[in-house]
Design a protein around this ligand. Structure first.
Ligand code: ACO
Length: 278
């Protein structure tokens, strides 16, 4: 198992106009998540964190799949029969890229679900900030069909993302559903005809590129943190984080925005982002 893989084979990266397109690239295996994908993704997200040209990450799949979930042979059968230390390393690395890092990633992330999306792929989908699907993409929590529960962190991911009736319906039946249904139950933000998927995803990414990146980073981290906190702890945490962010902000966004609205009358915060360039 090559634990030091560089992106380029199982994961392709292309950076264009501020968007880093990160593509799972095993189309012949429906982008099933193999050790190759795991270790290349670990490297990819670490590299992109430090690359200023990558302002928003879009994770997608090549061919007709987003991802068919964990690779039943290479992620489960072979490692399950091998050295338990290597298996543990693989599972930790998988958790690292699929949700530990992705959920708190310092840049906005979008899952662009172009096709099949099963099992472990839900972890990636739910850990991304936003998600867009093709109308005809097919989703499924298929674990029940082959004798396991949605483990890793899949059940937790869907419990956080979906209402109980929907989560349990799909966990217990393994039924597939399309992009339109995924939008209806809030698993993705919206679905569009496949030929519009890339353009609509670019437009969504562009909305976030207008905004102050430190605010985006702090806002998403705060969202995840307060979900598990009491109301009092949340209020304290949010106010402290906001103060800390204002003090650390290199572009002094809060005072710039206030000046543009109150003094210069050149911007309305209800209608768009303050002017970031001087
Ligand atoms: N693990 C390993 N190999 C896979 C996986 C997977 N999750 N998904 C697809 N493949 C492989 C197939 O074995 C096949 O390999 P082969 O060409 O060597 O025979 C190849 O990818 C193409 O798959 P097909 O089944 O021929 O493709 P098709 O387009 O007809 O069907 C579909 C696509 C519906 C996604 C089907 O492959 C499938 O049901 N895959 C499993 C989906 C699943 O249950 N994933 C959850 C895994 S468990 C988890 O993630 C925790």
């Amino acid at each position: 198992m090559d634990t030091k893989a560089e992106p380029g084979t199982n994961v392709k990266i292309r950076i264009e106009d501020g968007i880093a397109w990160v593509t799972l690239n095993r189309p012949e295996k429906r982008n099933a998540i193999s050790p190759g994908i795991v270790f290349e993704m670990v490297a990819a997200i670490d590299q992109l964190e430090m690359n200023d040209d990558a302002k928003v990450l879009v994770i997608t799949g090549s061919g007709d799949a987003f991802s068919a979930g964990q690779d039943l042979k290479e992620y489960f059968r072979i490692p399950d029969a091998g050295d338990p230390r290597l298996r543990e390393r693989l599972h930790n690395a998988n958790a690292y890229w699929q949700w530990r890092r992705l959920m708190y990633y310092p840049k906005p992330t979008i899952a662009m679900v172009n096709g099949w999306c099963f099992g472990g792929a839900f972890q990636v989908l739910c850990a991304c900030d936003l998600a867009v699907a093709a109308d005809d993409a097919q989703f499924g929590l298929s674990e029940v069909n082959w004798g396991i529960i949605p483990a890793g962190i899949v059940t937790k991911s869907v419990a956080m993302a979906l209402a109980q009736r929907d989560a349990l319906y799909y966990i217990l039946t393994g039924d597939t559903f399309d992009g339109k249904r995924a939008a209806e139950i809030g698993l993705v933000n919206f679905s569009v005809p496949k030929d519009e998927l890339v353009d609509k995803t670019k437009a969504l990414a562009a909305k976030m590129m207008d905004k102050n990146p430190l605010v985006l980073r702090t806002a998403k981290t705060a969202y995840h943190r307060v979900r598990e906190m009491s109301w009092d702890a949340s209020a304290d945490y949010l106010n402290a984080k906001n103060d800390q962010m204002i003090m650390r902000d290199p572009e002094k966004g809060a005072s710039k925005g206030m000046k543009q609205f109150l003094d210069e009358k050149s911007f309305k915060p209800g209608l768009g982002a303050y002017k970031r360039e001087e």
